[in-house]
Design a protein. Sequence first.
Length: 320
Amino acid sequence: MSKWAAADYGRLADLFEDGVAARRELLKLGLTGKAMALKCRPGGGWTRMFLGVYLLTGGTPDRRQLVRGALLRAGPLTYLTGFEAARRHGVRRLPEDHRIHVLVPHGRGLASQGPLLVERSNRPWTGSLIDGFPIVDLARALIDAARRESRFDVVRAMIADAVQRQLCSPTALAMELRNLHLGGTALPRAVLDEVSDGVRSAAEAWARSLVSRSSLPTPQRNVLIRSARGQQLAIVDGWWDEVGLAWQIDSKEFHLSPADYAHTMAQHSALLAHGVMTVHTVPSRLRADPNSVLKELLGAYRTAATRPRPNVTATLWRPV
């Protein structure tokens, strides 16, 4: 204890990333267990984050420091997975989840603690350093998150966001699920079926469910409409080719950005100019008033069937 002066303690936090240190590393520097215990008492200047992990700056740790502490607590060869990993990969449509889900090698005796969720796995994983943290590939992170989530819309939204913004491919997700026999994979498998069928947002998935229980024919989904001269008019969420009827799910929330939304609105005028009837629906009505939406679609379909089909072509569209 005597070899550590107050000034030395003041500089100690600079030696460790994010000011977070593991007991084993502090012991190597010559600190004793008694000294660490004293520093964690009220007024001592440190905060004990996890068993054997300390915040050397004291106070309440921020999210980054919590993640750093969780990784130190879990030990070598630990990787972030689940929601925390997906967020750091750039997925945006994620629920509030304060758990820090980590993968550790099978056989390691380590219990979950507080926000730290430990999963032992003998199934190999790959990953990389992102923002200074070891993080599994996004497909693994999404499936690990989905396996512990019971809300279908949450799983649908995060996978659709990752695929729509080309952060992760349906192929990578399918490969992750292919030989996975763990519990909790029913939801991600169902969502992946939707994505493979062309559904690119949670709202479009709600629309798919609505039409499936109606008398309407099944529309094509995510269709590129061109004029007779080949001019691109719009990419529509639903298309009944036999009558030339389009369906758009109009929402900033469920599309990529406000700029994308503005572009979609401009496309509506182009469709109208070429005689294409379009039904516009906001996502909230799909949830709150599906019967009214269905009546509108049925009425529009009957009206479109009484008119000559507009002279346009339609092809399936998928993100490159």
